[in-house]
Write a protein that binds this ligand. Structure first.
Ligand code: IMP
Length: 190
């Protein structure tokens, strides 16, 4: 069965392709030559994931899923949240995003946070939501050169390293996206 994953990110796509083969043939938007920018203007991660999945479903009438992730910092009342990609400006520059978070937390001791991923699946016209969360703390400085986004400043609970100091496979085993994808895969394998 064909399943569209509403992403242009080759890393995310490859990971999910491997997990769902051979039962599902997962196809990314780049493979479909689809470069339409679907606006992510909803106030929740679930809402954004659903909007993207519904847009793909309406366009192709093929089962599909999409994900949306946010970093939620307790001292900032859940910010950057749905604004995570563009917190430091429309350039979506991870360094500017981290600079802004670190500046806002400069006098803050309680640095607890979580990454949360929502996945919206539309299969044969039926909608399903899946979630994954990883709790941790925001470091005072960047550490590590791997990963992407806020990885250099996020230390997951139970570890002494940031996500940017972990291998991809170690991160995927405990990460928000890893958990949400595992729930999706479990559902689709049933
Ligand atoms: P997206 O919904 O996967 O595009 O994620 C939105 C934004 O959240 C990204 O642009 C990153 O800034 C951040 N983000 C998402 N996942 C991660 C992660 O695993 N590590 C660090 N930052 C992430």
């Amino acid at each position: 069965m064909k399943l569209i994953f509403a992403t242009h990110n080759p890393g995310k796509l490859q990971e999910v392709k491997e997990l769902l083969a051979p039962k599902y043939e997962v196809i990314g938007l780049t493979e479909l030559n689809d470069h339409e920018d679907i606006p992510e203007n909803e106030s929740t991660l679930e809402g954004n994931a659903l909007v993207k999945a519904r847009a793909i479903w309406e366009k192709y009438q093929l089962s599909c899923f999409s994900d949306d992730t946010g970093l939620e910092i307790d001292a900032l009342h859940g910010a950057p949240g749905v604004l995570s990609a563009r917190y430091g400006g429309i350039e979506k520059d991870p360094d500017l995003n981290m600079d802004k978070v670190l500046a806002e937390l400069s006098d803050v001791e309680l640095r607890t946070a979580q990454f949360r991923t929502s996945i919206a699946l539309i299969i044969n016209g039926q909608e399903q939501l899946f979630h994954g969360v990883v709790k941790g703390t925001i470091r005072k400085n960047r550490s590590g050169g791997d990963g992407f986004g806020y990885d250099p400043i996020f230390q997951p609970d139970g570890y002494q390293t940031t996500f940017a100091e972990m291998s991809n496979s170690a991160k995927n085993k405990i990460s928000h996206r890893g958990m949400a994808i595992a729930a999706l895969v479990e559902f689709l394998k049933e």
